[in-house]
Design a binder for this molecule. Structure first.
Ligand SMILES: Cc1ncc(COP(=O)(O)O)c(C=O)c1O
Length: 482
């Protein structure tokens, strides 16, 4: 997405790619959307894709691949051991991060499982800018706890801080002084942060945290799943980095961290995961878990075709034209919504557009799963599938009490290169209608609540008949429109 100016003075992101393969979409009438949502237990994870118009659930494994990635699949070397596909992926990781060792896994949470099994013990404390659902689940499963030491601006939806994902060094120092470095298996930075609006971390913050960890002898881990967007923000928001090559930034990250891991469903637009490190000792500590949980060391549970896709995807992630597409579309989406008065997280971050569900539905309280209710209502109003990122996505406390999320967000993910601007305008238009009719939206309650990661499979029901009322209001206002 090069610097393209319009004669009209308009500012629009222009794609530097064209579409060569498409998937037909289906938009159900509103009455059928309501039925589909009720059948899905008011949980957007449980919708059938045939009932979804625009799938903004996630960017995980849903990014569009390039022609080069498709072509690379044909080169895959299926050998169980000594596969040349592994060599090509290792070279790509070395090119990107400057790291020597690669441990492939079947996806991002598998890396988290390995790190937790290797390093987390009963009583361990793992400081991080912010947790991700799977990360926390693996750490707590091993008896550890997560401590979030994000800068205060990170949780302030209206703060315009350019790097709201940064770690607060003073909080980190204080935590280490309190619990002791020996009880901290690693410090983790998620770049950028999934649950708080895709907010990025500055290179300066990586440097400071790395220096602190080295000084204290604590491992420093970077979760690079959302690194593409974060790289774009480092390049465009951090004055000192504006002339740096993207590859120089990623290699510096490789030198600052002891371990980098990522979901290749996100970074690299493939389906898989990987851990990379420069330390032979760490490599040897983690290596045995790969054949135990994932597969042989040269594929780690990934298909070799996906590994070839990933290798190309990593090189492509160093192309500014590619990495700026998603953040600029997300920004356009957020600006469109703000112009219509819809509250969103500011500044717009990566991954997707994040609607502030608490401000959208001030008449609901967190016991009624505000963001979940908004996700369900938005599907009924539009056929667009978003994801709840709020209290439903939290784990209950060990005593069974509810843990209320610090932010109630409806995330509308924009997988890379998938949606057009007119589709984004459609989604923004329906959300603006919903905002006008927000008083109709009621809460949800669980009818089936799994113990672990309940947001995936939990089933809920609307409190009262608000979905029927919402459907009727849609018919009244939109006539015979889908
Ligand atoms: C920041 C972050 N870390 C880890 C993961 C887990 O990766 P996966 O879904 O591939 O298991 C995700 C997935 O969304 C993520 O966003």
């Amino acid at each position: 997405m090069a610097n393209v100016k319009f004669f009209s003075g308009k500012s629009l992101p222009v794609e530097m790619h064209k579409t060569r393969m498409v998937q037909k979409l289906n938009l159900l009438p509103v009455e059928q959307r309501k039925e589909a949502m009720l059948n899905a237990g008011c949980n957007t994870f449980l919708l059938q894709n045939r009932d979804v118009f625009l799938d903004m659930l996630t960017d995980s494994g849903t990014n569009a691949m390039s022609d080069q990635q498709m072509a690379a699949m044909m080169l895959a070397d299926d050998s169980y051991a000594g596969s040349q596909t592994f060599v090509r992926l290792q070279e790509a990781c070395t090119h990107m991060f400057g790291t020597k060792f690669l441990l492939p896994t079947h996806q991002g949470r598998a890396c988290e499982n390995i790190l937790a099994q290797a390093y987390v013990r009963e009583g361990s404390v793992v400081p991080m800018n912010f947790h991700f659902t799977t990360t926390k689940a693996h750490i707590t499963r091993m008896g550890g706890t997560v401590e979030e030491i994000l800068i205060d601006e990170g949780l302030n939806i209206n703060s315009t801080h350019p790097f709201k994902g940064n770690i607060d060094l003073a909080k980190l120092e204080d935590l280490v002084a309190r619990v002791g470095a020996d009880n901290i298996p690693f410090v983790r930075i998620e770049a950028g942060t999934n649950l708080i609006g895709g907010q990025p971390v500055s290179l300066q913050n990586f440097r400071e945290v790395s220096a602190f960890c080295r000084n204290k002898g604590i491992r420093f881990v970077i979760d690079a799943s959302l690194l593409c967007d974060n790289l774009y923000f480092i390049k465009t928001r951090e004055e000192a980095c504006k002339d740096m090559e993207l590859v120089d930034i990623t290699r510096e990250l490789g030198s600052l961290a002891d371990i980098i891991y990522f979901s290749a469903r996100k970074l690299g637009c493939a389906r898989g995961g990987a851990i990379v490190t420069n330390s032979r000792a760490i490599y040897e500590e983690l290596r045995d878990f790969v054949p135990l949980f994932e597969g042989f060391l040269t594929y780690g549970g990934m298909s070799v075709r996906e590994m070839e896709i990933l290798a190309v995807g990593l090189y492509e992630s160093l192309d500014l034209d590619f990495i700026m597409q998603a953040p600029l579309f997300i920004q356009a989406f957020s600006e469109e919504l703000q112009a219509k008065g819809v509250p969103v997280v500011n500044p717009s971050g990566g991954l997707g557009c994040h609607v502030d569900a608490s401000a959208f539905l001030p008449h609901l309280d967190q016991t009624q799963y505000i963001a979940g209710a908004l996700a369900a209502a938005f599907y009924v109003a539009s056929g667009v599938r978003g994801m709840e990122r709020g209290t439903m996505s939290e784990q209950r406390e060990p005593d069974g009490s509810e843990r209320f999320a610090q932010m109630e967000l409806l995330r509308l993910a924009l997988p890379k290169r998938v949606f057009s601007l007119s589709q984004i305008q459609y989604a923004a238009d329906r959300l603006a209608w919903l905002y006008e009719n927000r008083s109709l939206i009621g809460g949800l309650r669980y009818v089936e609540e799994p113990k672990i990661m309940r947001f995936f499979f939990g089933r809920l029901e609307p409190v009262g008949d608000w979905m029927e009322k919402l459907t009727a209001a849609f018919r009244r206002d939109f006539g015979d429109s889908l």
